[in-house]
Every structure is written in C-alpha cells, then in structure tokens.
Design a protein around this ligand. Structure first.
Ligand SMILES: NC(=O)c1ccc[n+]([C@@H]2O[C@H](COP(=O)([O-])OP(=O)(O)OC[C@H]3O[C@@H](n4cnc5c(N)ncnc54)[C@H](OP(=O)(O)O)[C@@H]3O)[C@@H](O)[C@H]2O)c1
Length: 506
C-alpha cells in the first residue's frame, strides 16, 4: 500500500507544474486529494507553487489565515495543527496520525494524512479563488428601480492580505427593511455612492443597512475584535446583503453574542433602536412656551399612541414601553378574517400592548368616545404619538393627542402626505417632528453603543422578543431570482414575517 502511495507522490514530483495547473482548472473533488497534493508538492520543493495550490486546497476551507511558506516540513506537530485548522480535520484524528507521521518519511507523512482524513470521502465545493482569495457574492444595483428589475448578484474575490485595521467578515443574517427597498428604488432620504470597489462592470451599491457578521480573520493579531466575534455595522448603509465583507475596525461594532441567535443580533440596530430613541427622547411640551419637550416619564403609566403597531418598530415600542412603565394605544390594519385580526390583537397584547384597535375603528366617528373611555374622560394625557404610516392614519393620530403632545413621524408606509388641521397646531399646541435614526447614530455614537447593549441584554434576559421572521436561506448556489423576489416582496403588507437573509454555506 505504502509503495503505491510512494509511486503516486513520485509521479507528482515529476509532473509538478502541469499537474498543479490541471488541478486548478478542475473543480475540487476531494479534500484529501488536496491535502495529498499540497503536502507532496511542498515536500518536493514546490514552495513557489503553493500559493496556487491554495486555490485547490481551499475546497476544504477558506484559507485567509494560511501562509504555506511558514509550514516547517520537519515539525510534524505544527504541520498538523495547520492542517487541522485548514481542513477541519478533528485534532484528535490528526494526533493519531502524528505518531505514524513522525516515523514515516516525508512522503509517508502526506499519505498518512490522506489516509486518516475524514474528508477523504467528501466532495467539497471550491470556496476560494487563486492565491487564497475568498470568493464572495453580493447583491448590487447600478441604477435605481424596482428590486426585481435592478438587483444583480455579483461574484467577487477578497484578498487574503487585509490591512492591520481591517477584519474579514462572513455574513450570518441580514434583514430586508423597508428603507433598504426605498434605497434601491431611489426614494430614500439619502443615497449611497455608486462605486466599483468590488469590481462590478458599472459603479454599484450593495444594499442592506443592517445585519450581523462573524469575524473570519483580523489584519492585526492584537486587534480588539477577534476571530469568531460577532459584529454589526457601526455606519449607515454598510451594504449587508453580501456573503463576505472586509471592513475597517471602526465600521463595525462588536456585540456580545452569548445567548443570541444570529437573526436577533441582525435585527436590533434599526427597529428596536428607533423605538428606544423615540420613547426615551420625545414627549409632551414642558409647558414653558417655545418647543421644549420632555420625554415620557419612566414608570409613570403615561400614554403614547402609535399606528403601524404591527411593524418592527411598533412591536419594539410596545415592548419597551411596557418595560419602562408606559401605556400604549396601538393601531393595526384588519387581517383577512375577524379571527386573524383578533389573533393579531392578542399577540400584541401578549407583547405588552394596553389597547389594540383596528384602523377602521380608529378612523370611525366612534373613536372619539372610545378614546375618552380609554383615557379616563381625557384626564389621562396622551403626550406622544408615533407615526409610521402617514395619510389619514396620521391625521387621526394627531387628533387623538392631548394638548401640548408631540407627534413623531418616522415612517411613511402609506406613501401619502401627512395633512394636519391648523387648529391642532394653534389651539392644541401639538408639536410635529420627524425622526431619523441615522442622524441620531451619527451624532451620539456612545449613546448608540449603550442602547445596543441595553437591547441585547433585554433579549438575553428573555424580556424582548424579535419580530416574526420569514427566513430566506442564502447559500452559495442561491440564485438571483430567488433573492430579488424576496426583496421585491418586502414592501408588501400583511406579511407573515419580516424577510431576513440567513446565510448558510457561502
Ligand atoms: N426614521 C427612521 O429612522 C426609521 C427607522 C426604522 C424604520 N423606519 C420606517 O418605519 C417604517 C416601518 O419599518 P419596519 O421595518 O418596522 O416595518 P416592517 O416591520 O417591515 O413592517 C411594515 C409595517 O408597515 C405596515 N404597512 C405596510 N403598508 C402599509 C400601508 N399602506 N398602510 C399602513 N400600514 C402599512 C405593515 O402593516 P401590516 O402588518 O398590516 O401589513 C407593517 O406593520 C418604515 O417606513 C421604515 O422605513 C424609519
């Protein structure tokens, strides 16, 4: 047996360059062959070829942290630990080989690994390109339009040598938020710059503002962010709809992943943060004239009212409001049957909503009396309104507020302007303001970190539930039409959950 293997390796010695070229041009069939060829080639002094062999070897594992030139052929143990991390061969398995490796000739060492490798039966997909470049894919658009028309799936390579201030990231999950779709459509308040940084044929944007990544490697071994950590974007319009990314350290924020699911970590930084900021910063007039306002008082049982209560932001506001001792009136749209509507109301009540009403009820003449009943004949004030919708719903929301209250518009789901009776401004002194999380994040970086940690703690303690999710698996072979359709559907109402890309074998 050993003799046969010996002959194989000799064959490799004499056909080195051609063999390697051939191997590079065919897709990988067996990780063990990779191990065999890599080691054998190394042993016969083909160091110069090893970078090319990374391409083949990467069938088993991304090779971003692999520098073949540092492998000492005479040190079996070091050899093994590198192999173990490269090929995901369990260390125990390798250490068994190690005894035989030491006893064997160089040629035999390679073959021992080949024989023992549990990957030898497996067919493994090629994951990196020439010279150890990580193969990545990203959704991109090079002009604005409907997602199904303009999104493309672009394949690109990430260099194994990243700067000391950078990290290489693998995506775990990234939601499809309304703002992402509006960005693609070109209707969002700020537009990212179109660039050719990832080698698209025309300048493009990678959409996706939110998500969570696992750190694959760091440019600096002493970096505060380590391999295996989870990070979320620290900057707006990061471009999360991609399988891998290289980011500067200050573009990401490390989060403590303990007890968190990737889908939870991926959805904290936009919707819960919006609800958190609004509830903690906005509220009724201070009563001193001008536009001064105070936030609702924690633990006071003060009321706020919101439309779009079934949205990600709405659900977060219900839960945070409850946790902070506030009371909420929540407006939702009717479902397709009374039973479904009741089920939705019950769900929001279970999250902590005090009152849930349908939009029809809210827009009816009877609402005024019903509201008076809820607020103890108007003696309890409603000092804050959260407008997610616009149009008639926003007008009715403004009318429901008490004197001196503030209505914060943060969304425009109905795509209709907000019309306000002048009397509300003059006689009721209602304040109408807008809210944009990106601006807050830019202006209060430390506050953002504190808020994210606070929300993560609440999730970990089981006090904060994420929104219902509609998971969209994204693997290496997932095609563009599947991904683009999911994005296109993201703005449709009455969804069973928020679309979220969940990255698998990428
Ligand atoms: N300003 C900011 O900084 C900021 C931050 C976060 C979010 N937002 C905005 O907040 C809004 C909600 O975002 P999200 O991620 O929480 O949403 P989401 O979870 O995707 O849910 C969308 C919500 O919008 C409702 N909706 C859709 N079309 C509607 C219509 N025509 N009339 C009334 N309601 C409609 C849906 O109601 P159903 O459940 O009945 O279908 C659903 O509850 C978006 O406009 C988003 O851009 C703004």
């Amino acid at each position: 047996m050993l003799l046969v293997h010996f002959v194989v390796v000799l064959y490799i010695q004499f056909t080195s360059r051609n063999t390697i070229e051939k191997l590079r041009s065919t897709s990988c069939t067996s990780a063990s062959h990779t191990v065999l060829f890599t080691l054998a080639s190394y042993m016969v002094g083909l160091e110069g070829q090893l970078r090319q062999l990374q391409d083949i070897a990467s069938c088993a594992q991304p090779l971003t942290s692999f520098n073949p030139l540092v492998i000492p052929t005479t040190n079996g143990r070091r050899y093994l630990s590198i192999l173990s991390s490269l090929y995901e061969i369990p260390k125990a398995m390798l250490s068994r080989s190690h005894h035989s490796l030491r006893a064997l000739s160089r040629t035999g060492r390679a073959l021992a690994v080949r024989i023992d490798s549990p990957l030898s039966q497996q067919t493994v997909r090629r994951k990196s390109g020439p010279y150890g470049y990580t193969q990545a894919k990203a959704l991109v658009f090079s002009k604005n339009g409907e997602p199904s028309d303009v999104l493309q799936l672009h394949t690109f390579s990430i260099s194994p040598s990243i700067s000391s201030k950078s990290v290489l990231l693998r995506s775990l999950a990234a939601p499809i938020n309304p703002a992402d779709i509006n960005t693609i459509q070109g209707t969002y308040g700020s537009q990212p710059s179109f660039t050719s940084l990832i080698g698209t044929s025309s300048p493009s944007v990678i959409p996706g503002n939110e998500g969570v990544f696992e750190v694959v490697s760091t440019g600096d071994p002493a970096s505060p962010i380590r391999k295996g950590d989870w990070v979320i974007p620290a900057v707006a319009q990061f471009g999360t709809w991609r399988t891998h990314a290289v980011a500067e350290l200050d573009q990401v924020l490390k989060i403590d992943k303990e007890g968190l699911r990737a889908t939870q970590a991926a959805t904290i930084s936009v919707n819960p943060s919006t609800a958190y900021r609004i509830l903690r910063a906005y509220g009724p007039s201070t009563g001193l004239g001008g536009i001064g306002m105070r936030p609702l008082e924690v633990g006071s049982g003060e009321w706020f009212i919101q439309n779009g209560a079934n949205s990600g932001v709405g659900r977060a506001a219900i839960q945070l409001g409850k946790l902070w001792g506030l009371r909420s009136i929540n407006i939702v749209r009717e479902r397709s049957s009374p039973e479904e509507t009741e089920a939705l109301k019950a769900e929001l009540i279970s999250l902590g909503a005090d009152v849930v009403v349908t939009e029809t009820q809210f827009l009816s003449r009877e609402w005024r009396d019903q509201l008076a009943e809820i607020t103890n004949k108007g003696r309890d004030q409603i000092g804050l309104g959260l407008n997610c919708v616009g149009g008639k719903s926003a007008t009715a929301l403004a009318r429901s507020l008490s004197e001196g209250a503030t209505m914060v518009s943060y969304g425009g789901m109905a795509k209709q302007p907000v019309a306000l009776p002048v009397g509300l401004l003059i006689f009721k002194d209602i304040r109408f303001v807008g809210f944009w999380l990106s601006r807050w994040n830019q202006q209060d970086v430390a506050g953002r970190k504190h808020m994210i940690n606070d929300i993560v703690d609440l999730i970990r303690q089981g006090k904060f539930q994420d929104v219902p999710l509609d998971e969209v698996p994204w693997n290496w072979d997932t095609d563009i039409s599947t991904l683009a359709q999911e994005v296109q559907g993201g703005l449709q109402g009455f969804r069973r959950g928020k679309g979220i890309f969940v990255f698998g074998d990428t």
